[in-house]
Design a protein around this ligand. Structure first.
Ligand code: SF4
Ligand code: SF4
Length: 94
């Protein structure tokens, strides 16, 4: 019915919509990368191992922490990362 290119595009759109829906229903965090000073307390203390170092630096020259929705487990919204952050760079949504 559809050619290969159209089918691939449709699958991509469907998967994207699924991810957006999943993300909006899940607890998650948003890290302000420009405020982050790369102490990595959040990485060390996240019980779900959901935060990692970015490979790109921010305007201050730090390699900020990044939230990964593809971690081994889901974010529980426990707020540990936000509580540990000395720069108030993390917001938690639950
Ligand atoms: S809220 Fe808890 S589980 Fe979620 S990223 Fe922060 S420390 Fe990890
Ligand atoms: S705790 Fe805050 S300042 Fe430290 S790495 Fe995480 S987001 Fe950056």
């Amino acid at each position: 019915m559809y050619d290969e290119k159209t089918t691939t595009l449709l699958f991509f759109i469907i998967n994207l919509l699924r991810k957006i829906r999943k993300f909006s229903n899940m607890a998650h965090i948003i890290i302000d990368e420009e405020k982050c000073k790369a102490c990595y307390f959040c990485i060390k203390f996240c019980p779900r191992d959901l935060i990692a170092e970015s490979k790109e630096h921010n305007r201050l020259g730090y390699f900020p922490a990044l939230f990964s929705e593809e971690g081994p487990e889901e974010c529980t919204g426990c707020k540990t990362c936000a509580l540990m952050c000395p720069d108030t760079a993390i917001e938690v949504y639950k």
